[in-house]
Structures are given as structure tokens and as C-alpha cells.
Design a protein around this ligand. Sequence first.
Ligand code: NAD
Ligand code: KPL
Length: 303
Amino acid sequence: MTWHVLGAGALGSLWATRLARAGIPVRMILRSAQRLVDYQWAGGLTLSEAGHASLHAIPAELPDAATPIQRLLVACKAYDAEAAIAPLAQRLTPNCEILLLQNGLGSQQAIAERWPQARCIFVSSTEGAYRDGPMHVVFAGHGQNWLGDSGGGNAPAWLEDLDRAGIPHIWSTNILARLWRKLALNCAINPLTVLHDCRNGELLQHRQQLSELCEELTELLTACDQAAAAEDLEREVRRVIEATAANYSSMYQDVRLGRRTEIAYLLGHACRSADSLGLAVPRLHELHRRLREHLSQRGLPTD
Ligand code: NAD
Ligand code: KPL
């Protein structure tokens, strides 16, 4: 069974190169003829890992290729994912599987609703990778991938492919709890690092602010039937801040590099969820407003 990988960015390339080097059939789907030319010129994808670079000549195609797609790994940003799948719709087999690697929440549900014939597997990843030039990815941090089907169902047999490829993974029977927990951590930490212009560790100087945000996030998770994800949230936020004290958050880095953030799928999703439940979360709304203002002042999209 071929893995089609949509999005030859950091995580898509990290997954594709590890699958390919284990001898598992993979095809990249690139968004334009120009990118396909660039890709062929580069000879494939280069993975740098522990100071060692390797080139992987993974076949690539455009969305309008004719072959059916049985398994699709979507590795675009949350704001691009649904639109990126749309041109492939005719190629998706009736019982296809779509793995969604997006951070935050909202994009996965939109995709699952739009293509109900597909089995959508949500993935929450703590692995770290970044692009170091066109078609070149650096494996920056070991982590874990939790995979799960929010509609229930058993672990798929192809998890064996991940074993063979050395892609760490855990099948989760409550993937939404995992994604909500990560969303809450990202909502508590990432926007504050942008607004205070600081590394994660410096947020310990803003304990009161963190504590108030955690209180509202805990209420929100509980109201969303995610009590397990809400457990000891503040303590976990502090643990993550301490463990990543020297790092700049992903949102901080996006803003610094003038890139669009995934705010709509993090703080935006949290605020929309609270509104739909009639739950008052004034501090989250105020943080969302200040962050959007900050982005707008820098000419960045606020959604
Ligand atoms: P990225 O920007 O490096 O890669 C996204 C890729 O998707 C880009 O190459 C882009 O050109 C491509 N793309 C966009 N629209 C497309 C289309 N219509 N057709 C084909 N390709 C298209 O992003 P990333 O860092 O790999 O992040 C992907 C997701 O994974 C995000 O939601 C991110 O939050 C999450 N994530 C990333 C990391 C990491 O370390 N990079 C870690 C955990 C989670
Ligand atoms: O995931 C993160 C990020 O930077 O996006 C952490 C380190 C948890 C901070 O929220």
C-alpha cells in the first residue's frame, strides 16, 4: 500500500523520508508544476539527522495525477489542510484513510465532515523538524506521535509500517483528549511568548497571568467533556515551561519569521468553543484580541 504524502514541508518530509528508507512505497504530492520541477531538480528530499544528511529520491506527482489514493498523510498547516485535500477528492478511494498531522483543533473535524467516506486518523506529534532550504528537512527533536480515530475503531494494521520506519507512535483511544491537552498548553504558553517577546522560560515571571489563563482553560476543557485533558493543567504548563525554558515557542518563531500562525486553530478554536457553550472566558478572549492586534500590526493574517 502506497503512502501519499501531501505537504513536503518539515513534518511531511520527516515522515516520508523515514518511510521511504524503510522500503515502504511513498509518493509526495506537490502543489504546483513549478514545485515539481524544483523537486526533481533537487533529486528528492534531503533529511539531516544527527549531523548526517541523506537524499531520498521519493517519487512525486501533482494533485491531478490519475492514481487512486488509499492512504493520505496530510502534513500541511491547519489553515491549508482542507483546501489542499480538495483537488484530490476524486482520487480518494471509498474506504481511504486520511492521517491528519495538524496542530490545534478544528481543521481535522472540518475534513472528517467534508469527506465522511474516509477514515480520518488524527495525529498529535511532539517530534520536531524544520526546513533548512527547499526540499531539505532537519530532524530537530525526538518525540512521540499519538494516533487515534475520534470515531472509534481499532488500531490499523499499517502501524507496522511506522515500526519498520522507526517512527515512534502510540495508538490512542482518546485522541481528542490528547489534542485538547496540547491545544491548552499551546494557548497558555505560545501567545504570551509573542506578546512578552520572550523565551518560554521567561513566562515564569508572569505566574499570575499564566494561572488565570489555566483556570479558564481548565473550565473550558471540562465544559467540552475533556475532564481528563484538564487534569492538573497548570502544573503541566509549568512543567513544559521549565523543560523548554531556553526555547522560543513555535508561534514566537512564526511571528519572528513573518509567517502565518495557526492561531485560529488554537486560541481561536478555544474562544469559539467557549462561545458555542455559552461559557465566559474573558481572559482568553482578551489574549486572542491582543494577539490578533499584534499580528495585524506586523501585517500578518489574524486568522
Ligand atoms: P511546513 O510549513 O513546514 O509544511 C507544510 C507544507 O505544506 C509546505 O511545504 C507547504 O508548501 C505545503 N502545502 C500547503 N498547501 C499545500 C497544497 N495545497 N498542496 C500541497 N502542499 C501544500 O509545516 P510543518 O512544520 O511541517 O507543520 C505541519 C503541521 O504539523 C502543522 O499543523 C504544525 O503545527 C504541526 N507540527 C509541526 C511540528 C514541527 O516540528 N514542524 C511539530 C509538531 C506539529
Ligand atoms: O508545543 C510547543 C510550541 O512551541 O508550539 C510548546 C513547547 C509546548 C509550547 O507551547
